[in-house]
Design a binder for this molecule. Structure first.
Ligand code: GDP
Length: 138
């Protein structure tokens, strides 16, 4: 089991000024930051990151949203990181997310759901490698 996961604070949350509160909630939940950057994705980069969803009907909308403003990308460390972080952020659709979760607090639609969290150890590594070189993490 890997103890690292990958996250993004999405453009809806950065633009509404929720970045600090969301990072604070992650850190208070026991996650430590091993890499971080504030970046705006190009359409091609967002499309590549979400290539697994290419056939889904919302792919175009998702790519457009994810490059609409800056994001914060980060690698986080904690025991049982992937599963515990998915619990912390809540369900994809904020309407189904548990009280107190990051998506319940900050998401406004199924697409504009404030944060990303990797869904497996394998994807956590792929996603972290997409954003960060060896020099940019510790
Ligand atoms: P996640 O693992 O909880 O992020 O969910 P998925 O991997 O299923 O979807 C990836 C992202 O696509 C979600 O976090 C949403 O931002 C977006 N998304 C998922 N379902 C929909 C949808 O029905 N409509 C739109 N517009 N976006 C969606």
């Amino acid at each position: 089991m890997s103890n690292r996961t990958f996250t993004m604070i999405k453009p809806d949350a950065t633009s509404k000024g929720h970045t600090g509160a969301i990072l604070d909630q992650m850190i208070k939940a026991g996650f430590s930051v091993k890499a971080m950057k504030w970046i705006q994705l190009s359409e091609a980069q967002a499309g590549a990151f979400y290539a697994v969803h290419k056939e889904r009907p919302f792919y175009g909308e998702l790519v457009e949203f994810m490059c609409s403003g800056p994001i914060v990308a980060a690698i986080l460390e904690k025991e049982n990181a992937v599963a515990d972080f998915r619990t912390l952020i809540g369900a994809t659709n904020f309407k189904d997310a548990a009280e107190g979760t990051i998506r319940k607090k900050y998401a406004t639609s199924i697409g504009e759901n404030a944060v990303h969290g990797s869904d497996s150890d394998e994807n956590a590594k792929i996603e972290a490698d997409f954003f960060f070189s060896g020099l940019e993490r510790f």
